[in-house]
Design a protein around this ligand. Structure first.
Ligand code: FMN
Length: 177
């Protein structure tokens, strides 16, 4: 078990994977952590599809339209697809909270994976129709994101973030702390 701040700092998006297998038990442990996320009225709108069929992984990867992601999905032993039924969450002030619920679950998922020594890369840009077709997903379901899951095959690169004074204000908008 690592310190949570260290874990958060270490996580980076990984786009190249070893083909080494990962026990299903570990995958389920990671998904269980994801499903412990808070959600709108505890409705847990999320569903996780564990994909380890090579044919399906290839199709899902290609549906991203991104060459490096297609390769990552081919290589990694798993793709975890995060879906949601928007009706199992709420809408307030024009904001669709199923996306918020799923984002919380996905953050738990990527950090739990990191804690197991595994890597991920959240993918939000894809042909949803193509992915729904290969997964035989019902019409009302939305595919929110997916990630390859496996052992990294690249040097992890810490990407920069905005400085605290660009994102943290004190009492008033624009007022630096
Ligand atoms: C909602 C969302 C969608 C993303 N979609 C993609 C994607 O389609 N392709 C990709 O290569 N990375 C994608 N990413 C990964 C981001 O590019 C990455 O998190 C960001 O550049 C910061 O890098 P880091 O994760 O290594 O810290 C996505 C991340 C999020 C949160």
């Amino acid at each position: 078990m690592q310190n949570i701040y260290e874990l958060i700092k270490q996580r980076t998006s990984i786009r190249s994977y070893k083909k080494d297998t990962v026990p299903m038990e570990t995958v389920l442990k990671i998904i269980e952590a994801a499903s412990l996320a808070p959600s709108w009225a505890n409705k847990q709108c999320w569903r996780f599809i564990v994909v380890d069929s090579q044919v399906e992984k290839n199709i899902i990867g290609r549906a991203s339209g991104q060459h490096n992601i297609a390769k990552a999905c081919e290589e990694a032993p798993y793709i975890l697809v995060l879906c949601a039924d928007p009706k199992e969450s709420g809408v307030k002030n024009g904001m669709e909270y199923y996306l918020f619920d799923c984002a919380l679950a996905m953050e738990n998922l990527v950090l739990a994976a990191q804690n197991e020594g595994l890597s991920t890369c959240i993918i939000g840009w894809f042909d949803e129709k193509a992915i729904k077709a290969v997964l035989n997903a019902p019409e009302h379901l939305r595919i929110v994101a997916f990630t390859p899951l496996g052992y990294s095959n690249e040097q992890s690169k810490i990407r920069s973030r905005k400085k605290p004074n660009e994102v943290i204000y004190h009492n008033l908008w624009g007022n630096n702390l």
